[in-house]
Write a protein that binds this ligand. Structure first.
Ligand SMILES: Nc1ncnc2c1ncn2[C@@H]1O[C@H](COP(=O)(O)OP(=O)(O)OP(=O)(O)O)[C@@H](O)[C@H]1O
Ligand SMILES: [Mg+2]
Length: 353
């Protein structure tokens, strides 16, 4: 009898989750690397009370909910600790989604083109008194903005759904936006001056990376354009390589990465902490939605076959070594890319797209 490999999916009422369960369960059994038959069985994961001594039958969990469901964070952390493969790694997910600011600096250091960015302490900090901050100094706005320039974007370090994002054309607008930013750590980032109304959003699932044309609009009115092959070979290569570095440094197997092209056609990464990428058929359209489901089902199958060693901690140590070892940006990028390639190119016997 085939070995059963249970996949738990955690999601709310999204069609992508249902489609994924169907796609995984429809796959015929596979042969693992020892020649043994393995049958994937996917189901919606139950979240209820947990005995700390609980056992789980899952070998893989796909997490599309823990950003909105705090109980799941501890549960999945426990699963990961006991060797369950969790997509995405819970520590990566919850640290980086809340600290986009750290993400900007890590990947810029690894040679990904990220616009000049400053991190600002929150405008207000309830629970502190002015004397708690006696060692702090006023921001050097003028100096900061000489490096960043106008226009710029002010964005929360813990941002999603474009909430709290403002474009500022001058110092007055920037100060006003910052003064209204409340208790959040903020980032000020140089605006990429793009000649296009669209930008690039790469859907990254397992080892597959799909650049899509994307028009951002506030208020959930963004749009994916169906056009394919809209990048020249060199730009496409740079974008995909940057996604590889970003995803491996953070330990993400499911992410979307956004780039804007400047007037010279150079891609700049501006948002790359989206561990639960938009999965709505109504937004993505059939083709991109189909890619998403196939890529996730394919990754589940690869894991069942290959059984890669589970990683409780993301692989950041090796990237941190590269950050300190590489002398130039180009050298760091090359080293980071070579490291990322172990994941992207390093599993022989598996279908490549
Ligand atoms: N540095 C920048 N240069 C040019 N445009 C930018 C920059 N930063 C952000 N934007 C624009 O603002 C949009 C929202 O910003 P960002 O993606 O960082 O926020 P978010 O909270 O992650 O939004 P979402 O969840 O919709 O991706 C981007 O998609 C882009 O169109
Ligand atoms: Mg974004």
């Amino acid at each position: 009898m085939a070995r059963r490999f249970y996949v738990g999916l955690l999601y709310f009422s999204e069609g992508l989750g249902d489609a994924l369960i169907e796609a995984i369960n429809a796959q015929p059994p596979a042969l693992d690397r020892h020649g043994e038959e393995v049958e994937l069985v996917a189901e919606h994961m139950e979240i209820t009370e947990f005995d700390i001594d609980y056992e789980t039958h899952y070998s893989l969990v796909v997490d599309r909910a823990s950003h909105r469901l705090p109980i799941a964070r501890g549960v999945l952390m426990n699963h990961a600790f006991r060797g369950v493969h969790v997509i995405n790694n819970p520590l990566s997910f919850h640290f980086f989604i809340a600290h986009k600011d750290v993400g900007y600096s890590i990947v810029r250091r690894l040679g990904v083109r990220v616009p000049p960015t400053f991190i600002l302490p929150p405008r207000s900090s309830p629970g502190f008194t002015p004397s708690d901050f006696r060692f702090h100094r006023e921001f050097r706005w003028e100096e900061m903005m000489r490096k960043v320039g106008f226009p710029c974007y002010l964005k929360p370090a813990e941002g999603r759904g474009a909430w709290g994002v403002s474009k500022c054309r001058d110092m007055q607008e920037l100060l006003e936006a910052y003064n209204n930013s409340g208790n959040d750590s903020m980032t000020v980032q140089a605006a990429v001056d793009s000649p296009h109304e669209w930008q690039i959003r790469c859907l990254c699932i397992g080892r597959e990376i799909l650049p899509m044309k994307y028009v951002f609009r506030f208020g959930d009115r963004s749009e994916y354009l169906p056009e394919q092959d809209f990048l020249d070979a060199e730009t496409r290569r740079e974008v995909i390589d940057s996604c590889r570095i970003i995803n491996r440094a953070f330990g993400y197997e499911m992410n979307s990465v956004e780039f804007m092209l400047d007037r010279e056609g150079k891609p700049w990464a501006i948002d790359f902490n989206n561990p639960v990428p938009d999965g709505r058929m109504s937004q993505l359209g059939e083709r991109f939605h189909g890619f998403y489901v196939d890529a996730l089902a394919g990754r589940a199958r690869e894991i069942a076959i290959q059984k890669p060693p589970p990683r409780f901690l993301p692989e950041l140590n090796v990237f941190s070594e590269i950050a300190t070892r590489g002398r130039t940006t180009a050298e760091r990028r090359a080293l980071a890319l070579a490291q990322a390639s172990h994941y992207y190119d390093g599993m022989p016997g598996i279908r490549r797209p």
